[in-house]
Design a binder for this molecule. Structure first.
Ligand SMILES: *Cc1c(COP(=O)(O)O)cnc(C)c1O
Length: 483
């Protein structure tokens, strides 16, 4: 955004300016172009930007790198205009996810459906019935806005919702297990990433973790023997981001539910992604659903709103009336509750599930996941020449089959057959640097393009590119950046 201060690199002939030659901030504020900016943005922002520009010029003067031209008021005013643009530009920006990972945690996970965005805008611009019962004309409960819908879709008796699934797990453990014992298989003590590790969450919730079985094998009698009068909960955790293979055994929810019922202890299951539809019906790898875990006899099931569900960040807690009621009344719920913004987006997303025949069209996550490799490859072939022209002559581009992934820890082993534009440097030497420079140029575009470098190429997986012009419209700028 800021070109370097006027430099005097070749400039024995270019005269240097000194700090004394710079105008004061007050004088710069009176320069006509700056005055026009004050009329638009106000004095506060402009005073700050003028100070910033003068400070930078003074530092350049002290370093002996400020030219006489660089102290002219018109030149300084142009820098002030740049500084205003930079300061006002949003730090949170839209990007093009061409990484091949559909639900990318670093890139904001699920995309909201168009209809959810419409609802969100409409409702957030007005007061709303977040906690107001329109039928009775009195105080209402925000959970009631989505509870019926969630129960309808999952078959649960009751449901509540919090900030994210980590909060859902924490709240469930605290409400049902605080001060008592929670039994979990050693094979399921997962770390989700960041600071979310099951044993730590257990400790934070004030529950005592009782590990049973071994890393690879846990049997029904392991749970059975660990149950004592101090047992509050049996807990099952979906090993969403890794897989234990080989000589393994685990106890499923149906078997655990039988044990739990016999001992009068509730059973909770943390699903992580928790798809609300059977992905196998869409030709995708299977992922457990809350429906089947509830049918198997779980008292509580927790899952994320912004993974396979395809909505905003949220944590859904579904299950039996009594358990959900205890969870909802627990004081920590207030600290973890969902705000009106994601709540509106979640409701609109859940409503899409009422029309399952249209889901693969209406829900962006499912639409992207079900996009055929053939379709993606044909798009890659259509874009090949334009992209080749933009990156020539230093790079060559070809269309390649590739494997993407669902992401967000869902189905870590399964891969999605996809198609990509693979860009390779022509020169053998310095390939790593050339690829890094290309990746930088792509990220510096107005709509930053995020690809993936592997096997001496930069891969642009086109699965998540639904509107080709978002890429092609930027190719002239890319060409210029690479020139
Ligand atoms: C992703 C995940 C979580 C955390 O969910 P967030 O919505 O990211 O807070 C918890 N448990 C499992 C098994 C997960 O996969």
């Amino acid at each position: 955004m800021h070109p370097p201060e006027e430099s005097v690199v070749n400039g024995s002939q270019a005269a240097k300016a000194s700090a004394k030659d710079l105008p004061s901030v007050d004088r710069l504020l009176k320069q006509p172009d700056v005055a026009a900016l004050i009329a638009e943005h106000g004095h506060t922002l402009l005073a700050r930007c003028c100070r910033e520009v003068i400070d930078r010029a003074r530092a350049a003067a002290l370093a002996g790198s400020l030219s006489v031209a660089g102290v002219q008021p018109g030149r300084l005013a142009a820098r002030v205009a740049d500084a205003v643009q930079t300061r006002l530009a949003p730090r949170m920006r839209a990007v093009l996810n061409l990484t091949g990972t559909v639900i990318h945690t670093n890139l904001g996970r699920a995309l909201l459906a168009e209809s959810a965005l419409d609802d969100l805008l409409r409702i957030m611009a007005c007061p709303n019935n977040l906690e107001y019962d329109l039928a009775a004309g009195g105080r209402g409960d925000r959970d009631s806005l989505i509870e019926e819908l969630v129960c309808d879709i999952t078959g649960a008796e009751a449901a509540t919702v919090v900030n994210n699934n980590a909060a859902a797990v924490l709240l469930t453990l605290a409400a049902l297990g605080r001060g008592r014992e929670v039994i979990v298989s050693r094979g399921e003590l997962v770390e989700i990433g960041g600071a979310f590790r099951m044993p730590d969450v257990m400790a934070a919730a004030g529950a005592t973790l009782v590990e049973v079985g071994t890393t690879n094998r846990t049997h029904p009698h392991d749970y059975e023997r660990a149950i004592t009068p101090g047992t509050a909960l049996l807990m099952k955790v979906h090993t969403s981001n890794y897989m234990v293979q080989g000589f393994t055994a685990a106890v499923d929810e149906a078997q655990l539910a039988e044990i739990a019922q016999r001992h009068g202890v509730p059973l909770a299951s943390d699903l992580g992604a928790g798809s609300l539809v059977d992905l196998a019906a869409y030709g995708l790898p299977r992922e457990p659903t809350p429906q089947e875990k509830l049918a198997a006899g779980c008292d509580v099931v927790t899952f994320s709103g912004d993974k396979l569900l395809g909505g905003p960040q949220a944590g859904l807690i579904v299950g039996r009336k009594q358990a959900i009621s205890t969870i909802r009344k627990f004081p920590m719920k207030r600290a973890l509750r969902l705000s009106k913004l994601p709540l509106a987006a979640l409701e609109a997303t859940l409503r899409l599930y009422l029309r399952p025949e249209r889901l693969a069209r209406d829900l962006p996550t499912l639409r992207l996941l079900t996009r055929s490799q053939e379709d993606i490859l044909s798009m890659a072939n259509r874009l090949l020449q334009d992209v080749q022209d933009a990156v020539a002559p230093r790079f060559i581009v070809d269309v390649q089959s590739t494997l993407g992934q669902i992401g967000s820890g869902s189905l870590p082993v399964e891969r999605l057959p996809s198609g990509a534009l693979a860009i390779s440097p022509v020169e053998k030497s310095g390939r790593g640097r050339a690829l890094d420079a290309l990746a930088d140029a792509l990220r510096e575009l107005p709509l930053p393009v995020i690809g993936r470098i592997a096997d001496d190429r930069l891969w642009l997986d086109l699965r998540c590119l639904e509107r080709a012009e978002l890429l092609t419209d930027q190719l002239p700028q890319l060409k210029e950046a690479l020139a």
